[in-house]
Design a protein around this ligand. Structure first.
Ligand code: 5CA
Ligand code: ZN
Length: 408
């Protein structure tokens, strides 16, 4: 699939430190140790509705990781998928009377435009589920060869107990898993399964649903194996970070990891699993199914500066759950206006310590609020009349752009 255009990333006068990130699997911070090229997979959208602030917050969070790795001297191989065939997309298409392919194309394009406006660096590989069906079939074949897949009617299931490491990504016990599996696309009640937690890898054709030929009959990919197959093909095993929102910890990331680990005879899927907190609105998780949404595109249409949206997202630590309010957005609009007034001046308070503080904060589990506190202090001091550094404005402008994706 076509990705979106990359914004310019200015170079910085100093190299950033090694990046550490909170790993859900080990429950604590881990130092990332990429080779020259850092490998990142972030779960993409299911394109049946426009990008809301929850999606935007998650992609901006992993954009900070991408930028922190670049600041530390790495190239980044970033892969993201588009779940362009799945139950929620097909259901919405039927409900609104549009072909599912058309809905997916339209919403994916809107997402690209939103990401571009928010200055999110594009993935190198932007891969749809439909175009990945041959990869999914290969991976299902590999799993079949290990005996970890079985049939219920025309559907194929992955047997979770075939992965000795099953449960290690989330760290959840069976009761927790069973309590949530049904809410997040699973079918614990299905008759004929060996274990209620087993997940679909190939869904046999149903009336009125799209289907593709395969050695195990016509059908379409299960959700988890889509990301498993795409990540395995484009990044290989043991890539640096698997990312997404915290609603994907279980079952999605647990199952994708399990499927690859069994197919690859024990090789770990990713080295670390990082998760962004959930953004709420009107007291509940912002979600397409609940309809309590603030869309990036709607704000853009009403002339809101995308940089104000981005600054609002960056004011929250990416791991916390928080609630979007319009007041926060208007406060960011005011902040940007005052920053832009100050930065035209050229000289300012010494910039070097701010560069170091910002890069250190971002390398420490993407701590954007701490980075922004250092930036706020620089602007206050500079607006107060400190002009000791003649080139400060240029350096701060480059710093904000390169590390936080904020273009003034
Ligand atoms: N296509 C799958 C992933 S393979 C999917 O979850 N799509 S999605 O459109 O529902 O979500 C896209 C991304 O946004 C996922 O990483 C998801 O975890 C994240 N996300 C969804 N809702 C929120 C929210 N309210 N707050 C933060 N992140 C969210
Ligand atoms: Zn995914």
């Amino acid at each position: 699939m076509q990705t979106w255009s990359a914004p310019q990333v200015p170079s910085l006068p100093v190299r950033g430190p090694q990046v550490s990130i909170h790993d859900t699997s080990s429950g604590g911070p881990v130092a990332t140790t990429p080779a020259d090229v850092a490998r990142l997979y972030v779960c993409g959208i299911t394109p049946y509705d426009a990008t809301h602030m929850g999606h935007a917050a998650t992609y901006v969070a992993f954009d900070l990781l991408n930028r922190a790795w670049r600041a530390a001297g790495h190239d980044v191989h970033y892969v993201q998928n588009v779940t362009d065939v799945d139950d929620p997309l097909l259901e919405r298409a039927t409900k609104v009377g549009v072909a599912w392919e058309e809905l997916a194309l339209r919403e994916t394009q809107l997402f690209r435009d939103d990401m571009e406006a928010l200055r999110v660096l594009p993935p190198r590989d932007y891969i749809g589920a439909v175009e990945s069906i041959p990869l999914v079939i290969d991976l299902v074949e590999k799993l079949r060869a290990t005996g970890s897949v079985y049939t219920v009617d025309t559907d194929l299931y992955f047997s979770v107990t075939s992965d000795p490491a099953f449960g290690d990504v989330s760290g959840w016990d069976r009761d927790q898993m069973l309590a949530i599996f049904g809410e997040r696309g699973g079918d614990p009640e299905r008759e004929g399964k060996k274990d209620p937690l087993d997940c679909v890898v190939w869904r046999g054709e149903r009336d009125g649903e799209p289907a593709w030929d395969s050695p195990f009959g016509p059908g379409r990919p299960g959700w988890h194996i889509e990301c498993a197959a795409i990540a395995l093909k484009h990044l290989g095993t043991g890539f640096d970070v698997q990312g997404g929102g915290s609603d994907l910890i279980f079952p999605h990331h647990e199952m994708s990891a399990g499927e690859v680990q069994v197919a690859e005879r024990g090789d770990a899927f990713a080295k670390a699993y990082a998760h962004a907190g959930m953004v709420a609105y009107d007291g509940e998780k912002m979600s397409k199914s609940k309809g309590n949404l603030v869309f990036v595109s709607a704000l853009r249409m009403s002339e809101v500066d995308p940089m104000a949206i981005r600054l609002t997202l960056l004011r929250q630590h990416y791991r916390s759950d928080w609630e979007w309010t319009d007041e926060q957005l208007w406060s960011s609009v005011d902040t940007l206006a005052s920053w832009r007034d100050t930065i035209t001046a050229g000289a300012g308070a010494p910039a070097q310590p701010v560069v170091e503080a910002v890069l250190a904060a971002l390398a420490n589990d993407l701590d954007a609020p701490t980075a922004l506190a250092a930036v706020d202090t620089w602007f206050t001091t500079t607006a107060g009349g400190d002009t000791t550094d003649p080139n400060a404005a240029e350096t701060i402008r480059a710093l904000l752009d390169a590390s936080l994706g904020l273009a003034l």
